[in-house]
Design a binder for this molecule. Structure first.
Ligand code: ADP
Length: 276
């Protein structure tokens, strides 16, 4: 079946040195979902995300991407379905111009020149990079580099984008700009898996949260649910975002997920947040 689903079935992963990073993880992510993968350091987030594009293969169980068992394809083939944005964009940039960088994937696929150019332009427009096409990627700001790395993934038109802590080391304005553009990519029908320990990003952008603790999946539900689930918050060492904590202090029946939602509720004097 080619419905773009990601499916993990009873997945264990043990590193060669014997470290057990994932145990018995089963889950399905449908096409077009925006999922935040949460959990403390060492809980298995990076391991899980690297299983999705075949960088790692499960030591037990199966990982299926769009109906394909990741054991049966190469990383290069899986990269057409799952784009992986590393934390540090400097590790991902290889070309002398932004234009060349965005076109690397389509060129490597040997697409016709007009298709390469079309994809490069579409990705650069989507990520607001048109004015930077002739710049050297390594001379850009960190946030711009992150957007170029994202654009080069988008140009491959994958079903799924895995973003591993994409806003680390960005300031607040850059962080919002990058996340708003990630949301634009999501709006084109891509599935997004955002690996993060920043709960406010999960609340503002994700529809669904998964939480790992010590290699086990301990939560699968909405941001609003996790923000009030004391047991999960404690086990995964997570703290709800300040805006959700404010809602609790003010005795709101449900947590707010964003400043906009808090402002709207406070200004209108409503006691409840809008529906899911
Ligand atoms: P997270 O991304 O949540 O910080 P990781 O997936 O990186 O978690 O790590 C999960 C567990 O696997 C941790 O105990 C970590 O120390 C261990 N681990 C990660 N990478 C390796 C590796 N290359 N070799 C051995 N153990 C590793």
């Amino acid at each position: 079946m080619t419905d773009g689903e990601i499916r993990l079935e009873g997945v264990d992963f043990t590193y060669p040195d014997g470290t057990v990073a994932l145990r018995g993880v089963s889950l399905a992510i449908g096409r077009g979902e925006f999922v935040a993968l949460l959990g403390p350091n060492g809980s298995g987030k990076t391991t899980l995300s690297r299983l999705l594009n075949g960088l790692l293969l499960p030591t037990a169980g199966r990982v299926l991407v769009d109906g394909i068992d990741t054991r049966e394809r190469t990383v290069a083939e899986l990269a057409l379905r799952v784009g992986y944005l590393f934390q540090n964009p400097n590790h991902q940039l290889v070309s002398a111009t932004v234009r060349g960088e965005i076109a690397v994937g389509p060129r490597a696929r040997r697409l016709p020149a007009a298709e390469v150019e079309g994809r490069m332009m579409r990705a650069s427009v989507l990520l607001g990079l048109e004015a930077l096409l002739d710049e050297h990627p390594l001379l850009l700001t960190l946030a711009q580099k992150q957007l170029v790395a994202l654009a080069s993934l988008v140009a491959l038109e994958p079903l799924v984008l895995v973003l591993d802590e994409p806003t680390t080391a960005l300031d607040a304005a850059e962080r919002r700009a990058v996340m708003d553009l990630v949301q634009s990519i999501h709006a084109t029908g891509r599935t997004i898996l955002l690996v993060t320990h920043e709960m406010d990003l999960a609340g503002e952008y994700a529809d669904r949260c998964l939480a790992l603790s010590d290699g086990e999946l301990i939560f699968d539900g909405s941001p609003r649910q996790i923000f009030t689930d004391e047991d999960t918050l404690g086990r995964a060492s997570l703290e709800p975002p300040q805006v959700a904590q404010l809602a609790a202090r003010l005795g709101q029946p449900r947590p707010w997920l964003s400043l906009d939602e808090a402002a709207a509720a406070l200004l209108s004097g409503r006691s409840a947040a809008p529906g899911e």
